[in-house]
Design a protein around this ligand. Sequence first.
Ligand code: GCB
Length: 613
Amino acid sequence: MRLLSRVLVLLALFLAPPALAQALLTGADMRPSQSLDGAWHWSVDPYRDGKAGFHGGMPGESSRRWSEVNQADALEKNPSALYEFDMQRSPVVHLPGSWIGHAAEMRYYQGLVWYQRNFEARKPAPGTRVFLRFGAADYTADVYLNGKSVGNHRGGFTPFVFDVTELLRDGSNQITVGVDSARTDDDVPPPVTDWETYGGITRSVTLITVPETFVDNAWVRLGRDGRIHADIRIYGSQASNRDFSVRIPALGLTLSGRTGQDGQWTGSAPAPRALKRWSPEAPTLYDVETASGDDVLRDRIGFRTIETRGTQILLNGKPVFLRGISMHEEELGNNPIRAITPAAARALLTEIKLGLNGNFVRLAHYPHSEVMTRMADELGLLVWSEVPVYWRVNWENPKTLADARTQLRENILRDRNRASIALWSVANETPVGDARNAFLRTLIADVRGFDDSRLVTAALLSKREGKVMSIDDPLVADLDVMAINTYNGWYSQDPLADLPGFEWRSPTDKPLIFSEFGADAQAGYHDAASRPHKFSEEFQAEYFRQTLAMAAKVPFLAGMSPWLLKDFRSPRRQHPVFQQGWNRKGLISETGARKQAFYVLAEEYRRRAGSNR
Ligand code: GCB
């Protein structure tokens, strides 16, 4: 078995795409761009006609699909052209946003949906390149420009780009995207989760023009050695031996150098004395410009260090208790479509920061929008960021591992400059076993390879014997911070008053985070009995009081992110009275009504903020 999983990991190493062989523009959301958000035509395609062909790909059938034609051109030139999928006359919706919001019958649709729009552009000037960038499309996307395939992408939560320099033309252009939300047991995440899939183009689409040789992946950070470190990568025909500079004007700091043969440079300089370190209390961000030739890549970056010492987490060298909460990527409202605008991100994170007196958020269970992590930087919240390696992943399949590694890499490369991110997590509630351990160890090694400045964790399950809870997952040895999801008193029938009597045992001297605990409550359902029923606000509030009393007795606890800020859509939660398609473990309802437990946690965090423990 051990041998088998080693072989699988080796195979996956070959399948995984080379680290940075091509430009990803993952961190390019601040580059000037032409937005393709707005009105798009859409059509369902439940039999995948636009991909498979009319007869589903019968021998002899023309290999040309309607998706590979610029329909506007074809219909103009040839009146007898026939397109039943006439995208130009299909209904129009506003993107980004999941198709769940397009029409009532789309709520549980899992499959292929086509999108198309026309836009005006210029043929790229000589010496420039144009990239088409998607913030995310859930789950696979096939993209065509002017009837030509430009590529595809798997994974619903991370950005991807295509070089479309050769395909853009002066005047009207047409983009067609087929997004398929169907997943199998080999995907990441697998089909069964506890959240809404939100198929579609859920984040912004942009066209980004850069000089032929340009900067990408400029990672600038404060090292634990007190120096500002930079890793620069330049792409294009002139990338070797290329001069560049990294400037932080407000600090009067410039790092300059010349790339090697491979277009890369790594170096550091002492941090200026004037540097104000980023922290939740003072989230200072600096403009940083990386320039080479005609290209300037801009960013807003905070500088801080994060590390562990024994059972403590240290931020800027000082112990910090993570006063957090978890959340899914869903805006407030009765009918969310996963459209995270800066205003939506601010509204949610402000509830954590000011409402709950928090300093930490777990962005569960997949990479959230870059809008969210930038807002966390700006408002001052530490972040747990994770990939959807969730529950029952196919540990034995090298392709599944390759997909997980791609998502991890895209997430880290996108957000390495976000000061808010303190922890990268590689998995949630996964069953211990050789193949799983090997799979997750590969991801942990990847995290350390891409980013050695942060902490690595994973949400694990504990073992219960009577009232003794222990952490006996072998993965603990590989992590910087242990994390446990625990639900005694909700999924078990323990009387709530017993919870403070539970004893937690640790196998190491590493810090522990309670990455989840929670109980459903329907906002407005009250039960005044001395032992209130589940689903009442009183039960949830008492559950929080008693679980927090238990947590206060765990000496190696360094933080918590209870489950969770806001009620969220989940097709598996169908209690006819209390849930109706919503997981009700939110401390606020889907429309933002605060439940009693909200105030219990806010008070606990106010007290902990005072003592920082
Ligand atoms: C968990 C999962 C989370 C669920 C939650 C629940 O442990 O990590 O995805 O939503 O429990 O509500 O049961």
